[in-house]
Design a binder for this molecule. Structure first.
Ligand code: ZN
Length: 357
């Protein structure tokens, strides 16, 4: 199940739903600085000892932390510069927050979750932020947030800023502002508003262009060619190939039928139950079933059961019961081997006790 971490700022709890988070906030707000992880993680993919696998992060946003130990105006200048030069031309509406201390937080939100291979997520976010920092001369963009990448913790909106020296509230609240407020108000006005505990909260405006910009950056990072005519899904497949998550096989394995392994069948059952499956998990499932000699209509049935909704243009199935989605057709044509046991173990799908090969 997906959860978010809560911290003060040490990570003290997992929150599986908004209710859980609200309980923690109620307990600590006004006494401690309240933080939460930028991303949600999947506890099915926990590391040994129940430790969070940060590479299981669902990448649906990019988070920016602007910080300066003396002059918060420098942060505001950077935020405005980034909005003018990056967000506005791409028609991206960011979420912007005054932390209550000497900094700003900002998010740009993706149209949907970007399903990168786990091995790539941390680096992709780090490099993307470094690239934006350099390109737009964002001197106050905090290197700690860049380095923490997938495991970043952010200050929670509408919680009190607690002085690190006295341990008491300073009277300033972590406050969200509209882009217009950020562009038009001076720093004093913003702080005055942040002392009023406005409770303002504006929902994310999910942007296909923000998503595309990030995916294209990852393609550049891996030297994958891209043009506007390639869809994001296609590019994500290319990224996975390049990362070695799936590799075209030299022999034509489709002649040789291998029954699906127990751990993959369990993955299917789990994902049907939770009504969701990651892009890479879908590849695992598809390759397993193709190599298991399953027919298009049966594979299609599995994916339809997981998502239990109209096919849309995701490519895992179509609305025609007898027809496979375009990913299945592509994967079949490439005659790719199913995932190795090693790879399944890295992904947390196969565990030590599983006796599959
Ligand atoms: Zn296994």
């Amino acid at each position: 199940m997906y959860f978010r971490e809560f911290g003060i700022p040490a990570r003290v709890a997992r929150c599986y739903e908004v209710e859980d988070l609200n309980k923690q906030i109620k307990k600590y707000n006004g006494k401690k600085n309240c933080y939460t992880s930028v991303y949600v993680f999947d506890d099915v993919l926990d590391k040994e000892g129940g430790k969070t696998n940060y590479n299981s992060a669902s990448l649906n946003t990019i988070w920016f932390d602007f910080d300066h130990n003396k002059n918060v105006e420098k942060c505001l200048k950077d935020v405005r510069k980034f909005i003018r030069r990056f967000c506005n031309p791409l028609k991206i509406t960011p979420r912007v927050y005054l932390t209550g201390g000497k900094g700003f937080q900002m998010n740009i939100d993706f149209h949907s979750i970007v399903e990168l291979p786990e091995s790539l997520k941390r680096k992709a976010i780090q490099e993307y932020l470094k690239h934006l920092k350099k390109k737009y001369h964002l001197s106050t963009l905090d290197d700690v947030c860049i380095n923490n990448s997938v495991s970043c913790m952010r200050r929670i909106v509408n919680t009190a800023y607690i002085s690190k020296i006295e341990g008491t509230p300073t009277g300033v609240w972590c406050t969200q502002f509209t882009v217009a407020q950020i562009m038009d108000s001076g720093i004093d006005t913003l702080y005055a508003m942040a002392m009023e505990d406005t409770g303002a909260q504006y929902p994310p405006i999910k942007s296909p262009k923000a998503q595309r910009n990030f995916v294209e950056f990852v393609c550049d990072m891996l030297e994958i060619k891209h043009t506007v005519s390639y869809g994001v899904d296609y590019l994500l497949n290319k990224i996975e190939e390049k990362e070695g998550s799936i590799s075209p096989s030299s022999t034509k394995s489709s002649e040789y039928i291998m029954p699906p392994r127990k751990c993959v069948i369990e993955l299917i059952e789990r994902n049907i139950k939770r009504g969701h499956s990651g892009h890479e998990e879908n590849n695992v499932i598809a390759m397993e079933l193709i190599n298991g000699g399953w027919k298009d209509r049966d594979i299609s049935f599995v994916f339809r059961s997981i998502y239990d909704e109209a096919a849309g243009d995701w490519g895992w199935y179509t609305d025609n019961l007898n027809e496979a989605g375009r990913h299945i057709i592509t994967l079949r044509a490439k005659a790719i081997n199913r995932y190795s046991k090693d790879k399944l173990m890295t992904l947390g799908i196969c565990k030590n006790k599983c006796r599959c090969i």
